[in-house]
Write a protein that binds this ligand. Structure first.
Ligand code: F6P
Length: 412
């Protein structure tokens, strides 16, 4: 590889998710059109130094990867590069490590490096930026918890997976009159639980942002019983706090990395069984949410992120991260992206809509009131069928005869 060619690098860091390969492909295709060669570093930041490990990326080896899950470059959320900033404590990177990375940039004549990662991984790129290395960021995580962007890629695919699981649990729950609990990922944000819960018609959604009680969850199950619905579908986020305020983890607290969450689903199940004597089953969806093909939305988003990250390098807007504020693709300083977690707005439109449909969040029942949405006041819509107009003349049957589906069906 000639050291005088114009070149950029790309790496994927942290937990994987669907869409990483789509970013890589988008970046390579667009970089080539801007006259750049591309190298992909292996296993995240680890590939940058001691030993430097990378592969040249081109049309040939990125063809057909748009729809593939995982990452062709590999990734890790462990290793020598750990540098949380902002919401967590900052850990300074080893100066020798940083010097080694600078040498790699010089030897490979890198004009820029695209770092694809979540908050922890982007915190590393922030330190690279402060050290004077030309980096740009792409926001990745199924958790959708980066405040600087409306959507991270991978989130939609994870929600799709959780929705499919809930749809399947729904039918078996109904057949057996059972309570079914699905525990989903998302760390300290309830986005996956909220969106999948709404998409699949969940009855109870427990998220970290809304304190809840076992009494209220059981009340909802009993309320459904009274309505003749002998099954209940519950989705619980792994980071939802118990009524005591405790977060359920799979291991003792870790100092050098994020502690693994998980296990709340079975605690909720045990409590329901002991309080109501109702058969309850739990499914922990786990890493299924991170595998498989990206959804259409994630493919489009990831492709745009890849192409726009290259644009940031071409425009020498280093230290920035691409972000999506529909319908615009924009950029923000990476530091802004890692400074604040994006959690569910408990008064937001999605929560309000779910409440309007009687979904329980395990908190005390809320009065049904007008939606508190931002924006101009809604127009009053008169009750009843729309008045006839020249454009929409009234059909003779309107408002009189029931439709086929409204009529009761009698079997002889
Ligand atoms: O941040 C993404 C995520 O999948 C979280 O939702 C989950 O808590 C965590 O990573 C799992 O990490 P690991 O793959 O290390 O078990």
């Amino acid at each position: 590889m000639a050291s005088d060619s114009k070149r950029i690098g790309i790496l994927t860091s942290g937990g994987d998710c669907p869409g990483l390969n789509a970013v890589i492909r988008g970046a390579v295709k667009s970089a080539n059109r801007h006259g750049f060669d591309v190298v992909g570093f292996l296993r995240g930041y680890e590939g940058l130094v001691d030993p430097v490990s990378f592969v040249p990326l081109n049309h040939k080896n990125t063809t057909g990867i748009l729809s593939q899950g995982g990452t062709i470059l590999g990734s890790t959320n462990k290793g020598r590069f750990a540098a949380t900033v902002g919401v967590s404590n900052r850990v300074e990177l080893d100066p020798e490590l940083l010097a080694g990375v600078r040498t790699t940039f010089e030897q490979l004549n890198l004009h820029g490096l695209i770092c694809v990662g979540g908050d922890g991984s982007l915190a590393v790129s922030q330190q690279f930026h402060e050290y004077g290395l030309p980096v740009v960021g792409v926001p990745k995580t199924i958790d959708n918890d980066l405040s600087a962007t409306a959507f991270t890629f991978g989130f939609d695919s994870a929600v799709d997976c959780a929705t499919d699981a809930l749809d399947r649990l729904h039918t078996t729950a109904a057949s057996h009159d059972r309570v079914m609990i699905l525990e989903v990922m998302g760390r300290h944000a309830g986005w996956i639980a909220l969106h999948a819960g709404i998409a699949a018609g969940g009855d109870v959604i427990l998220i970290p942002e809304i304190p809840w009680t076992f009494e209220n969850v059981c009340q909802k199950i009993l309320e459904r019983d009274r309505q003749g619905k002998r099954f209940t579908l519950i989705v619980v986020a792994e980071g939802a706090k118990l009524p005591s305020g405790a977060v359920v983890t799979q291991e003792p607290e870790q100092k050098d990395r994020q502690t693994r969450l998980g296990g709340i689903g079975s605690i909720v199940a045990q409590e329901i069984e002991s309080r109501l004597g109702r058969e309850t089953r739990t499914v922990v969806l786990g890493h299924l949410q991170r595998g498989g093909v990206p959804t259409t939305f994630d493919r489009v988003l990831a492709t745009q992120y890849g192409a726009h990250a290259v644009r940031l390098i071409v425009q020498r807007r280093f230290g920035e991260m691409v972000c999506y504020h529909p319908p615009r693709m924009e950029s923000v300083p990476i530091i802004e992206a890692v400074n604040e977690l994006s959690t569910v707005d408990v008064n937001g439109s999605a929560v309000q809509a779910a409440r309007a449909l009687s979904v329980s969040f395990g908190d005390d029942p809320q009065p049904v009131g007008p939606f508190q949405l931002s924006g101009p006041p809604a127009k009053e819509i008169p009750a009843g069928p729309p008045a006839a107009s020249a454009d929409h003349p009234k059909k003779s049957s309107e408002g009189i005869a029931p439709t086929e589906f409204d009529r009761p069906v009698f079997f002889a």
